[in-house]
Design a protein around this ligand. Structure first.
Ligand code: CIZ
Ligand code: SF4
Length: 319
């Protein structure tokens, strides 16, 4: 605890010295989320992180999350210096959607509008007509369905299946998944419901269809935090990264939060309800990023300009 306080004090000083602002995702260590709040930064989902960062007066943003979030910040705020605790923090969705294969897939289906999830590289975004996050995916795709469009959806097949089912749009789907959400099991959740019969089940739509089906609320991280506050249930079973409990507890201090069961256990489960890449963010590497200016995010300028269009389209759509 003493170490922690020392790190926190050091980061607060460095943020001021370097004219920097800390932006953290809901899945990062609660200590980082707390620090972001204490220093006037933000704790948010990827859509809000991007928007918040671009509106800040500071010249440096420290993005605690995974790589695509740092890239998105750079795409929207090229004049700012974007630092990450570590550039090695990636995402299984990003890894599973390499630009060459994806581009060939799009080229093979020229009459389809290309919609990609924010959890992708700058190059994949640059190939897209739309970028969406889970908090806005349904609205954007409903809009496209109303216009009679057919879409290519990438990379998350579970979120894609959910969006397809809700909107009925004609969709060609990429075969990607989140290694954290894919592990939640309907059977385990149903067993847990027998122990807590009054609990509501909150599910992020990156989870498999069988899990989404038994949910009382389905939504993005921000939407699930609202549901945690608004649902009358005192007990909540939560199928998303456990980092979110920090904000859920804040939103509903007298409720009890229970982690949804996954397939694996103990040492066999590298990603049970917690993203291994989000876990790479720590107070220690935030200090290093600020002191040494290392793990800075760069995006090729021509690519950035192309990637910005579908991102800005999402921000304008959601405004
Ligand atoms: O699972 C993720 O990485 C999410 C939910 C990202 C986001 O949009 O905040
Ligand atoms: Fe990617 Fe899943 Fe980690 Fe989110 S939780 S960053 S989708 S691997």
């Amino acid at each position: 605890r003493e170490d922690i306080e020392r790190y926190k004090a050091r980061i607060k000083t460095l943020l001021k010295e370097k004219n920097a602002c800390l932006v953290a995702h809901y899945y990062t260590d609660p200590l980082i989320q707390e620090l972001a709040e204490e220093t006037g930064g933000c704790v948010a989902d990827s859509l809000e992180m991007a928007r918040f960062g671009s509106e800040r007066p500071e010249t440096t943003l420290v993005v605690a999350g995974v790589r695509f979030m740092g890239e998105t910040a750079k795409i929207l705020s090229p004049e700012k210096r974007i630092l990450m605790p570590t550039l090695e923090a990636t995402c299984s969705l990003d890894i599973g959607c390499p630009i060459d294969d994806f581009s060939a897939f799009c080229d093979a289906h020229p009459d389809y509008e290309v919609v990609v999830y924010a959890n992708t590289s700058a190059a994949v975004k640059a190939r897209a007509d739309w970028v969406v996050t889970s908090s806005i995916a349904l609205q954007v795709v409903e809009h496209l369905a109303d216009e009679g469009k057919k879409i290519i959806w990438a990379p998350d097949k579970h979120l894609g299946a959910y969006v397809q089912k809700q909107t009925g749009i004609d969709m060609l789907m990429w075969d990607g998944a989140c290694i954290v959400h894919e592990e939640f099991k309907a059977k385990g959740i149903q067993d847990l419901k027998r122990v807590y019969p009054d609990a509501a089940v909150l599910v992020h739509p990156e989870s498999p269809d069988s899990v989404v089906e038994i949910a009382d609320a389905v939504g993005s991280t921000s939407q699930l935090i609202k549901a945690a506050r608004d649902l009358p249930n005192r007990e909540l079973i939560v199928a998303t990264d456990r980092g979110i409990f920090y904000k859920m507890q804040q939103a509903a201090p007298d409720k009890m939060f229970i982690e949804a069961p996954t397939g694996g256990s103990g040492a066999t489960c590298r990603s049970c309800a917690h993203c291994p890449w989000m876990a790479m963010n720590g107070l220690d590497n935030i200090v290093q990023a600020l002191e040494e200016g290392r793990d800075e995010v760069f995006v090729d300028e021509a690519l950035r300009v192309r990637a910005r269009k579908p991102l800005q389209r999402m921000l304008d759509f959601s405004a």
